[in-house]
Write a protein that binds this ligand. Sequence first.
Ligand code: PLP
Length: 451
Amino acid sequence: NELSKTGAGARTDTRAPNNLESFWMPYTANRSFKQAPRLYVGAKGMYYTTVDGRQVLDGTAGLWCVNAGHCNPRIVQAIQDQAAEMDYAPSFQMGHPKAFELASRVAQMLPGDLDHVFFASGGGSEAVDTALKIALAYQRQIGQGTRTRLIGRERGYHGTGFGGISVGGIVANRKAFGTLLTGVDHLRHTHDLGRNAYSRGLPQHGAELADDLERLVTLHDASTIAAVIVEPVAGSTGVLMPPQGYLQRLRQICDKHGILLIFDEVITGFGRLGTNFGADYFGVQPDMVTMAKGLTNAAVPAGAVGVRKHIYDAFMTGPEHMIELFHGYTYSAHPLAMAAGLATLDVYREEGLFQRVADLAPYWEQALHSLKGARHVIDIRNLGLIGAVELEPIAGKPTARAYDLFIKCFEKGVGIRTTGDIVALSPPFIIEKGEIDRIVETLRECLQTLD
Ligand code: PLP
């Protein structure tokens, strides 16, 4: 059989056990990675172990997700026990207790009457698509079926589903994929280096940018708009903090016009700002909250949407034997994810990890801002255990300088993440002050050596 890789016509290299070619890596420069691969084979607490036995301090909690640190023994045990007890159960017309338990626990943590939880499977992208679909279906359910428009924000990141890239505002994530969802518009982003450089915590200027929503209402009419989705802190697009008062103003405008407000809390959920959710930190009540990452400490993929009571109730009206929402995933509320989630929430609570974030935040801020004046640095931002160091791009070679920094830090045993020419930092909550110092000093040292 000529097509078989085991047959006579097989290319021998595809069968080599350590061949790196077959895996088409996501969000990666595949060719340069494969020439000089960086492979992790172990993880514990704050550290990864590389394939050649080096320890790398995890300055980013994986991808903003391993909040309690790697391989927490309680979470590992819970997953192992669940795998042995029941590997899988569907959540379509059947259920299993841990899904109900985790939904209740998450609902208790969510602010106000966000008391229902819909589980997606894979993570944030599915959670976002779920929330957008619920928003559209809800408006129709309450007799507002003309409200079909969704509003996102420039520089927003809401994952990679068609819904998420449509409301998202990162051109590289959008431009190759056709016309995307129709009927989507965007608020302007809030990043304003001119007025807000080196803000500590929330930038002072820019709350008025929320009035963009009024402009879009004038343009489209409120009767066509279903929902607005924003990240309380925009992470993947370079760590952009909301200006003081911005989210509150957005809430007011949504209320005025009957528009749902969705907070995408995939990175701000579960303690990153020292509170359960970003909504708590900002004192703003959204209508839906998307979450993933920290929900299971990333040990098993899972996403979820928290929904306010009146939204859920609006669906509970037809004949009781009928499905109310035609949406769900084979792996919605997967037992391993539910077990991981329950153990994760126990760990957060019993180890006081969210309070730890709040306690460490001032030290984190001081340490990061000590990089002011370091070579190539043009801005520093921080909130909770989130940080950003923005670099002056090399003319004509955007991202090159930050990528170089990333490689140099990795070689010195510190894992950072870069997006564009911005270093984004988000360590696990178990980080010690000495480790914060090490991240900052490594950045300082490496910045000196950059072109
Ligand atoms: N939404 C936000 C705010 C995110 O930061 C991310 C991922 O970083 C996502 C959605 C997508 O999540 P996932 O990659 O799990 O699909």
